[in-house]
Design a protein around this ligand. Structure first.
Ligand SMILES: NC(=O)c1ccc[n+]([C@@H]2O[C@H](COP(=O)([O-])OP(=O)(O)OC[C@H]3O[C@@H](n4cnc5c(N)ncnc54)[C@H](OP(=O)(O)O)[C@@H]3O)[C@@H](O)[C@H]2O)c1
Length: 306
């Protein structure tokens, strides 16, 4: 099969389109013919070696954890799926090596769910990691109907899905973004505010009594600003600030979860969740996709078509 691989830790320029043996399919796994693979900032962070202290990484490394595709083979006792099933998933395994930037990936069934019909292959590939992150973060702060939530970096991959999930729950959403993304946030159902100096005052302009919960999808002091605005200081969860728990909030690291993934699929099929795909590039242009991701200005998601 063709895949995008790295021989050792490196960057976009080190990515190579290579021919590798098709993956073996272990018990409890299925073989997925990849239609599209989502790009996430963690892909290039892992490739650069930033996660080396916390995660086993083996080479050659095929990057990528997000996938949409069709089941082409079924391992022993992988009874959840059959050949021909259309699936999507966050295929994070026990160590990083055989990722989704490839024509085929062997995926543990615990990482997959049935692809929602309402999403295209590209949209479905953009949904799992970012959608699960947003969903699990929202659950961690216990967001409820009628509450007001502040979402930092609401226009990005995690943020654009988080806004929609919070709106679907019946929350009022205030989201931070640069002005060029304000109409985009309004379309998703959020009230936009510009980030940077004076953010707390601008949020108070919209919500004079403060907010019930806050989600930090960017870092850069967002937990501190949130705690100035929260009625209860512990109702902030961050995906970027490892000190969030030490300061009385929560730190979330997304987990593969087939039930949560099925919830996202149900929201999509109910017309409450879509995946804005800003860039869809062919697998051979992964390096360009990474450069776009690294610029930090993505509106929604970047995906690779396979
Ligand atoms: N812990 C976990 O499990 C987990 C999971 C997923 C992601 N992450 C991390 O979370 C971060 C976000 O991930 P992502 O996939 O959403 O990234 P992304 O799609 O690349 O985010 C890009 C967005 O960030 C916005 N942005 C940039 N600087 C900002 C600021 N100071 N305040 C508010 N918004 C700002 C940009 O909006 P403008 O163009 O309008 O500025 C852009 O829309 C990354 O660091 C990623 O590695 C962690």
């Amino acid at each position: 099969m063709k895949a995008i691989a790295l021989e050792s830790y490196g960057a976009a320029d080190d990515l190579r389109l290579v021919e590798l043996a098709d993956p073996k399919v272990a018990p409890g796994e299925v073989l997925v013919r990849v239609k599209a693979a989502g790009v996430n900032p963690v892909d290039w962070k892992l490739a650069a070696g930033y996660l080396d202290p916390i995660m086993e990484v083996r080479f050659p490394l095929i990057s990528g954890w997000d996938v949409s595709g069709v089941v082409e083979g079924v391992g022993l006792d992988a009874t959840e799926f059959a050949v021909g099933d259309e699936v999507f998933g966050y295929v994070r395994k026990d160590w990083a090596q055989n990722g989704t930037y490839a024509e085929l990936v062997a995926a543990p069934v615990r990482t997959l769910a049935r692809k929602p019909a309402a999403l295209s292959w590209e949209q479905a590939a953009g949904a799992p990691l970012a959608g699960l992150t947003a969903y699990q973060t929202i659950k961690r702060v216990g967001l409820a109907k009628g509450e007001t939530v502040l979402i930092h970096a609401a226009a990005g991959g995690v943020g654009s899905l988080g806004v929609q999930i919070a709106v679907a729950l019946g929350a009022r959403v205030i989201g931070t973004a640069s002005e060029r993304n304000h109409d985009f946030l309004r379309e998703l159902g959020a009230e936009p505010v510009t980030y940077g100096d004076g953010l707390a005052d601008r949020v108070r302009g919209l919500a004079p009594d403060g907010v019930d919960a806050a989600l930090d999808f960017i870092g850069e002091g967002a937990v501190d600003v949130s705690q100035q605005l929260l009625r209860a200081r512990d109702r902030v969860a961050s995906i970027t600030d490892g000190e969030a728990a030490a300061r009385g909030g929560h730190y979330v690291w997304v987990r593969p979860d087939p039930d949560d993934l099925a919830e996202l699929a149900a929201l999509a099929d109910a017309g409450k969740l879509t995946v804005p795909v800003e860039h869809a590039l062919p697998l051979a242009e992964t390096a360009e996709a990474w450069r776009l991701s690294q610029a930090g200005r993505t509106r929604g998601k970047i995906v690779l078509t396979v």
